[in-house]
Write a new protein. Structure first.
Lengths: 280, 120
């Protein structure tokens, strides 16, 4: 669906490039978690993918079309939920009336279902500027999911959501996801969203350090308390003793600990790269 | 759904479905929720749930009817009990016996404890 091809981009000469010769492929049917440290370029990558920034070299293709052309057929099939946004001083109904026509697969039924999932009630006459930041985010995400674009890209979607809304957000993703769609969630809040992902993409210093499925991670790396004779890739101290990320032996299948996977990948990228590029 | 830390999620979902079959919530020849229904209900990625269903199908616990979805196998209960027995014997039993040895419980004592438990 998205082909990112030898992308180079930097905001200014003094700070150098954020991306050099950066390539990545993202396919329909998957929910990707985009992870990276602060300043790794997650948000910039999202803006490049949605045609909001122009790369100095390389291209981002959506179904084979360069997103920078901002063709209607591209724009009406991609939706971006940025980390921060303003909503106009309108009623929700007016907002939907104005914006929904840009998205051919928009569904009012889905909009109502999504508001219901977020327990936002069904009052479409609510004034958008009377809502709190968290409520604005929920209304905007209810709309985003109702557009039914095949690509839905979200930057820190769970930031600013209260505790029940985080579970409601997971419900929104698992209810709205279909095989022809792709979702990309950029986040630091890995515990909020780990279970709803099937792919993890870790970037740092213009490199893709890891881009693979959870099924692949499960088959190659185990996350568990340390045992005698372990040769772990990563060790983390906890109240329960040492926890390790260790290459799988004798078929053990553990739950993917996304936080440990992220830390292991940043601390020991060579070992991770070697483990994940060997043929099984 | 709350997951334990030590077991792959797709296997924990398989355990949950196994529990529902053993408790009678899901009955032999009864319909199993679709992948998407269950994914939305327990807030887990649909590909993970699809993996659970593949796994259960391979173990003969559920089967597909073309175009109709997944159903509980007639002999699902025996299949689940057999699998769990294997798992117990291979994993937890060894740990359990090690603990008994460590605190010095004799075979005779264990037999008494187990008999009492069964008579409760």
């Amino acid at each position: 669906m998205f082909t990112i091809n030898k992308l180079s981009f930097g905001y200014n000469k003094r700070h150098g490039n954020l991306f050099n010769d950066f390539s990545l492929e993202l396919n329909a049917g998957n929910v990707y978690g985009l992870l990276g440290k602060n300043g790794a370029g997650k948000s910039t990558l999202i803006y490049l993918m949605t045609g909001l920034l122009t790369p100095q070299a390389g291209e981002v293709l959506f179904d084979g079309e360069n997103v920078r052309k901002r063709l209607p057929k591209t724009m009406n099939d991609i939706f971006l939920v940025p980390e921060e946004f303003e909503l106009p001083n309108l009623t929700l109904k007016k907002y939907v009336d104005i914006n929904a026509p840009f998205y051919p697969r928009f569904s009012m039924e889905d909009m109502q279902r999504n508001l219901d999932i977020f327990e936002m009630g069904d009052d479409l006459n609510v004034k958008l500027n009377s809502l709190s930041m968290g409520q604005k985010k929920k209304v905007f995400m209810a709309f985003a999911f109702a557009t039914n674009t095949r690509a839905l890209i979200m930057d820190e979607p769970t930031n600013g959501l209260d505790i029940p809304s985080k579970s409601q957000f997971r419900k929104l993703v698992t209810t709205g996801m279909t095989d022809d769609k792709m979702m990309l969630i950029s986040t630091h809040q890995v515990r909020d969203i780990s279970d709803i992902l099937d792919h993890v993409t870790i970037i740092d210093q213009s490199k893709v350090l890891l881009n693979t499925s959870f099924a692949d991670v499960t088959s190659r790396l185990a996350f568990r308390p340390m045992r005698e004779g372990d040769q772990p890739i990563f060790v983390q101290q906890s109240a329960m003793g040492s926890l390790v990320a260790v290459p799988v032996r004798d078929g053990e299948e553990t739950k993917v600990d996304l936080e440990m996977l992220f830390n292991a990948t940043l601390q020991n990228p060579e070992a991770i790269n070697q483990l994940f590029t060997t043929q099984k | 759904m709350n997951f334990k830390d030590n077991k792959a999620i797709y296997l924990q979902i398989a355990d949950r479905i196994g529990d529902q079959i053993l408790s009678g919530t899901l009955t032999p020849e009864g319909k199993v929720p679709s992948v998407r229904e269950l994914a939305a209900e327990i807030e887990v990625n649909a590909n993970t749930v699809a993996r659970t269903y593949d796994h259960l199908q391979q173990n003969g616990v559920i089967y597909t009817k073309r175009g109709l979805g997944y159903f509980v196998s007639p002999d699902a209960e025996e299949k689940i009990v057999a699998t769990r027995r294997d798992q117990l014997m291979q994993g937890e039993m060894d740990y359990f016996l090690g603990q008994l040895k460590a605190v010095g419980i004799t075979p005779a004592e264990l037999q008494g404890l187990y008999s009492d438990y069964l008579n409760k």
